[in-house]
Design a protein around this ligand. Structure first.
Ligand code: TRP
Length: 332
């Protein structure tokens, strides 16, 4: 029996290069070896977009297009919509009893997001408890492995904690302990040099960006702020252009030479960025073209979601019947 992967995204916007290095690439590689479920977490997206359901709806399809364009193959991976698998919501309800308010308040990802979104004291309950609902996403599939970006580590840790607690209390080995898989490449900075590429920070390059938009974004990218003249020596460490080259340029020797040249002086930012444009076109050009094809066949994309959701529900139903039995609520 193949081991199970559960991973996914909030459909709040199309996916970007940060998602690609953060988890999409891993997912494409792992889909042969694992039974992979990919959740389009629309309920989680609604936890901080309750007043914007149309945005979430539209992005469910967009995110699925991103998956397919990157090489997620529906015959190997099951892509599904969270809200259409009500077993997840049911399991979240049981999990609510196993977590304290204090423990949720300590979750660093939630803490950071609450600060970033400017909720102050007006945090929606649904948002506050989303780590528990995310634990249910993972547990409803009894996943062994969860490939995610580094910022999600506290979530997986808390999920594992909840599942082990469930096992302890209900006296059965219902859940296996899920393991997070984070990528080798550290997180990708935004084009503005901020440490994280994110839609809400407005500093992202999207998988669906046209060649022109991609070029514009790269040419406006933040580099070493003290590298004013071409002759000046420049700093490579922490320089977003080099972080991108490290992440995407398949020719490592060439990257090493460019770094050398930049540090010596004599390599201008414009020339360097033009090289990065070429590299990104090489890696993402084919993905962009695939994406264009899928965007002209929305019916196909929606069907991938429909069939995936049916398959996902079968699996969650199996797990939930074991959960109910363990909890003595398998009435009739
Ligand atoms: N919280 C994840 C994100 O923001 C998305 C997500 C929802 C997820 N449920 C999940 C990731 C379950 C992994 C496993 O990217």
């Amino acid at each position: 029996m193949k081991k199970i992967i559960l991973t996914g995204d909030r459909p709040t916007g199309p996916l970007h290069l940060g998602h690609y290095v953060g988890s999409l690439k891993n997912r494409v590689q792992l889909q042969d070896e694992y039974r992979q479920f990919i959740i389009v977490a629309d309920m989680q997206a609604l936890t901080d977009n309750a007043d914007n359901p149309r945005k979430v709806r539209e992005n469910v399809t967009q995110v699925c297009m991103d998956y397919l364009a990157c090489g997620i193959d529906p015959s190997k991976s099951t892509v599904f919509i969270q809200s259409l698998v009500p077993e997840i919501a049911e399991l979240a309800m049981y999990f609510f009893n196993l977590v304290t308010v204090a423990r949720l308040q300590r979750n660093p990802t939630v803490k950071a997001e609450i600060a970033q979104k400017g909720f102050k004291t007006e945090v929606p309950v649904g948002f506050f408890v989303y780590p528990i609902s995310q634990a249910a996403d993972i547990a409803a599939f009894n996943a062994d492995l969860v490939p995610v970006g580094e910022d999600q580590l506290p979530m997986i840790e808390q999920a594992a904690e909840i599942m082990l607690r469930f096992n302890r209390i209900y006296g059965e080995e219902v859940f296996v302990k899920p393991r997070a898989l984070v990528p080798e490449v550290a997180r990708l900075p935004g084009v503005d040099g901020q440490t994280k590429m994110s839609k809400s920070l407005g500093n992202a390059i999207y998988l669906g960006d046209s060649a022109d938009v991609l070029r514009q974004k790269v040419m406006s990218m933040f580099t070493d702020p003290n590298h004013l003249r071409v002759e000046d020596p420049g700093v490579v460490e922490g320089n977003p252009v080099f972080i991108y080259l490290d992440a995407f340029d398949p020719d490592k020797e060439r990257v090493a030479e460019l770094k050398d040249h930049y540090q010596r002086g004599g390599l201008g930012d414009v020339k360097l960025k033009k090289h990065l444009v070429d590299v990104l076109d090489y890696v993402f050009g084919p993905i962009r073209e695939q994406r264009l094809l899928f965007s002209s066949d929305v019916g196909y994309v929606e069907n991938v979601l429909k069939e995936g959701t049916e398959k996902a529900r079968e699996q969650a139903t199996l797990v939930l019947s074991r959960v109910r039995k363990a909890m003595c609520i398998d009435y009739f």
